[in-house]
Write a protein that binds this ligand. Structure first.
Ligand code: GLA
Length: 420
C-alpha cells in the first residue's frame, strides 16, 4: 500500500479508502474534523438592550448590597416597567481564581456569592450581567479570562448570568476577532443564553466581524461625563456625548436586530449635564438604536432624571422592531437634523441644537424629501402627510402640511414621531 501526498491531497493508490474506513483514528490525525461553534447565541437583543451598569457612577465600588439596591430601585422607580432589564456589574467584582482555576467574586464585597445575587435579581424579573476581559487582567487589574474562557463561561452559566461585557485591556498578542470568537464559543458551549457585549472600543472595527460574534460592540473609547469635551488621561482619552455621537459616522449600515453599535453607557443623572443635555443624550442614543444602559444611581435619582430615562415615546423609538439606526440628514453650523426610519412607515426626526445659543428653525417638510442613504427608506412629505407627535412635550404639534417654526434652547433637542 502506498499513500502519496501531492500538494494538499492524498493520492489514492488503491488502499487509502479502505484504510480510512478501518482506522478512523488515523483520519483524525490527518485532519481534525471537530467543528467549533464560533457564533453567538441567536435570538437575543433583537432590540437594543436596556439596563443599568455600575461603572459610570461607581467604578470599582461594587458590592452585592449596592447591586441588590439597584435592582430594587429599578423596579420601584418604574425603570423596569419602562423596559430596563439588565443589572450589569462592571469591573472589580472579582476575587481570585482558586487552585483549579475557577473564578470567585470578591468575598468581602459579595459574601453571598453570585448565584444568590442572580437569584435575587431574577426573582424581580430582571437579568444579571457581569464583566470580564479578553486579556490576562481586566482594566481594573482583576483576573481576566485569557486562557480560562471555557471555564469562566461554565461558571457564569452556573451562576445564572445573562449578559457578559467583555473588555480589551492587557491583551498583548491577541487579535480581537479571534479572542471574541473564543469567548462566544465558550458561552455557546456552556449552554445558557448570554448577551455578549464586545468592548474593544472600536479599535479593530468590530462592526466588520462582530455581527455573528456578539450582540453589541463598543464603537469608541469611554464616554466622559460632559456634553461637549474631550478628557485627556495621558495615555488615553475619553469623550463627551457630542464627540461620541460624531464617531458613529459610517457605522449604521452594520447595525440591526441582534447586533448593535454601542456608543457606550448613559451619563444621564450623573450631575454634569443640564436637563436639555440629558434630553439630547437620551434622544440621540435612541436615534442611534444604541443600547440604553443607565449609569446613574437609581436609588436617588431626581424626578427630572427619571422622566428622561423612562420617557416611553423616546424608548419606543429606541426599541423600534425594524432596528434601523438613524442618520444625520442635515448639518448647518451647530444645528443638525437626524432621521430614523421606523416600522409601519413612521419616522423619528430630531432637531439637535449643539450650540450654547438658541437655534431658530424654519423647516419646510414638503420641500425637503429625505432619502435614507444606506437602506433606501424615503420620507416625502409632499407625497404623504404626517402628523407630528412631540415626544418631549408629549403633544401633537401639527403636521408636515405646515412649515415648522421653532426655537430650540441651547444644547437641547426638538423631537417628533411622524405618523402617516
Ligand atoms: C474600560 C471600559 C469601560 C469600563 C472600564 C472598567 O475602560 O471601556 O466601559 O468597563 O474598562 O475598568
Amino acid at each position: 500500500m502506498k499513500l502519496l501526498r501531492t500538494g494538499k491531497k492524498w493520492k489514492n493508490t488503491g488502499m487509502a479508502l479502505l484504510l480510512g474506513m478501518v482506522t478512523g483514528n488515523m483520519a483524525y490525525a490527518q485532519g481534525n474534523n471537530y467543528v467549533q461553534d464560533y457564533t453567538k447565541y441567536p435570538g437575543l437583543a433583537l432590540t437594543p438592550p436596556m439596563g443599568w451598569n455600575s461603572w459610570n457612577k461607581f467604578a470599582c465600588n461594587v458590592s452585592e448590597d449596592l447591586i441588590k439596591q439597584m435592582a430594587d430601585a429599578m423596579v420601584a422607580s418604574g425603570m423596569k416597567e419602562a423596559g430596563y432589564t439588565y443589572i450589569n456589574i462592571d469591573d472589580c467584582w472579582h476575587g481570585d481564581r482558586d487552585s483549579l482555576g475557577f473564578i470567585h467574586p470578591d468575598a468581602k464585597r459579595f459574601p453571598s456569592g453570585m448565584k444568590a445575587l442572580a437569584d435575587y435579581i431574577h426573582a424581580k424579573g430582571l437579568k444579571l450581567g457581569v464583566y470580564s476581559d479578553a486579556g490576562s487582567q481586566t482594566c481594573g487589574g482583576r483576573p481576566g479570562s485569557r486562557g480560562y474562557e471555557f471555564q469562566d463561561a461554565l461558571t457564569y452559566a452556573s451562576w445564572g448570568v445573562d449578559y457578559l461585557k467583555y473588555d480589551w485591556c492587557n491583551t498583548e498578542g491577541l487579535k480581537a476577532e479571534g479572542a471574541y470568537k473564543t469567548i462566544t464559543a465558550a458561552l455557546k458551549r456552556a449552554g445558557r443564553p448570554v448577551v455578549l457585549s464586545i468592548c474593544e472600543w472600536g479599535n479593530d472595527q468590530p462592526w466588520a466581524w462582530g455581527q455573528n460574534v456578539g450582540h453589541l460592540w463598543r464603537t469608541t473609547g469611554d464616554i466622559y461625563n460632559c456634553f461637549d469635551c474631550i478628557e485627556d488621561h495621558g495615555t488615553w482619552k475619553s469623550f463627551g456625548v457630542m464627540q461620541i455621537l460624531d464617531k458613529q459616522e459610517g457605522l449604521r449600515k452594520y447595525a440591526g436586530p441582534g447586533h448593535w453599535n454601542d456608543p457606550d453607557m448613559l451619563e444621564i443623572g450623573n450631575g454634569a449635564l443640564t436637563p436639555g443635555e440629558d434630553r439630547a443624550h437620551f434622544t440621540m442614543w435612541a436615534m442611534l438604536a444604541a443600547p440604553l444602559i443607565a449609569g446613574n444611581d437609581l436609588r436617588s435619582m431626581s424626578a427630572a432624571t427619571r422622566e428622561v430615562l423612562t420617557n416611553k415615546a423616546v424608548i419606543a423609538i429606541s426599541q423600534d422592531t425594524m432596528g434601523v439606526q438613524g442618520f444625520r440628514g442635515v448639518k448647518k453650523d451647530s444645528l443638525e437634523i437626524w432621521f430614523r426610519p421606523l416600522s409601519k412607515g413612521e419616522w423619528a426626526v430630531c432637531f439637535l441644537n449643539r450650540s450654547k445659543l438658541p437655534a431658530t428653525v424654519d423647516y419646510h417638510w414638503k420641500q425637503r424629501p429625505v432619502k435614507d442613504p444606506d437602506f433606501g427608506y424615503e420620507l416625502n412629505a409632499a407625497a404623504t402627510g404626517y402628523t407630528l407627535y412631540n415626544v418631549w412635550t408629549k403633544k401633537l404639534q401639527g403636521s408636515t402640511a405646515q412649515t415648522l417654526h421653532a426655537v430650540i434652547p441651547p444644547r437641547d433637542v426638538l423631537v417628533f414621531r411622524l405618523q402617516p
